[in-house]
Design a protein around this ligand. Sequence first.
Ligand code: UDX
Length: 473
Amino acid sequence: MTIAYPSTPPVAAAPSGAPRPRLTFLGTGYLGATYAICFAELGYEVLGFDVDEAKIAKLAGGDVPIHEPGLDELLRKNLSAGRLRFTTSWEDVAEFGDVHFICVGTPQRPDGMAADLSHVESAVTNLAPLLKRKALIAGKSTVPVGTAEWIEQLVRRHTPAELGVEVAWSPEFLQEGVAVEDVLRPNRIIFGVKSEWATGMLYAAHKGVFDLALTEDREVPVVVTDFATAELVKVAANAFLATKISFINAMAEVCEAAGADVTQLARSIGYDARIGNKFLRAGVGFGGGCLPKDIRAFQARAQELGVGEALRFLHEVDLINQRRRQKIVQLSAELLGRGYGPAGPDLAGTRITVLGATFKPNSDDVRDSPALSVVRKLSRSGADVTVYDPEGMDNARNDVDEVTYAKTLTDAVAGADLVCVLTEWEEFRNADPNTLSDLVAGKRVIDGRNCLDQSVWVAAGWEYRGMGKPVVA
Ligand code: UDX
């Protein structure tokens, strides 16, 4: 069933007796912290939980532990309004909440491609035995299809039947960098439910979103469906996005061989509304805490379900993506006049500056970042690598410690034989190649995100290489 709101949703009364359901968000990472803060902003009484005491202390003190535009201000505003609290106590969570949203991480397992569900399991088994009244446990984390059914069994095992605790699944689609907007003004909401009460409870828990839409004369489509479909919506969406990016990166490979320009190709096919021009930016590929691990977990789950063949193309999507990272190493060797043997190039004695460490701009997230992956490869090939990123330095340092981190863009490029731009931060896009010319040892640049103005850099005397673009002397 799909309904476009605002209209009059079937709102259920909160078991706590509060006028609006009280919401808890279990896990205060990129997802949970953003949701907790934004739902307080929408007027709900909210409790954020995490096992990480340092993170909770920071949030309770008005300090967002991640870089997400707009979030700091909303956190401080809602803390002082008294609508938002943070805790490390499961008892607190159980006592407070009507709807408990599971927002914990589901990273890739170290022993394979599947998702690690241990944090989800621990959230449910810690919370459920402490519940004293009816409540809804609603999953938001990205999980393999079948997880909600399993959680329902866990809840049955850990709560007395007479409480009637229920489970639902409502995946999230927030994009880091614009996450506040995505939560306050979602393009759709999915309810995976088994009962009318669960549907009514989720409506009540999202009424703030519908009310905001009403004041702005917008509609928010709501899809009410079963558990399995709700779980699959999320992974299918991410698989599609990853495929779109790898499609254009595959075209970039062909363009490189044929002397064509993938940026013009993307623009031209994007005018067809059936294709669309979004997510067609060729470059060093996709990274982050979602797309890479989600397409792997999806393949692993499909195999368990006996339909591995259906998702075999996602293996190809992954390989295309990995090849883009290696392409930067190849281009580096080429520009620096180094040979490329079976063990990769020997870049010993070269100084390479990498601009960008985060997986995309306007974030400090370096999880599976293409930029950092390239940094590691260049460093292993013997290059002396210096890295600069406007927001991701602390996280990058924790991940890769064998390279030099510079404090500013100009410090970073000083003395470089080659500059690689691997995250399209505005600071890099707007950098003046004439100013940088005086600082570097060699005017060579790889534009790993096709985000620089090629003609300006070439006019300033730089040897320029883009991704999937012809070489212009
Ligand atoms: C993604 C989904 O977009 C979001 O809906 C889901 O909830 C979580 O996963 P996010 O990980 O924040 O969000 O990043 P996204 O903006 O999707 O970018 C992912 C990666 O793809 C980045 O590394 C980005 O640089 C890259 N990308 C994106 C491209 O290489 N080309 C493009 O055209 C678009």
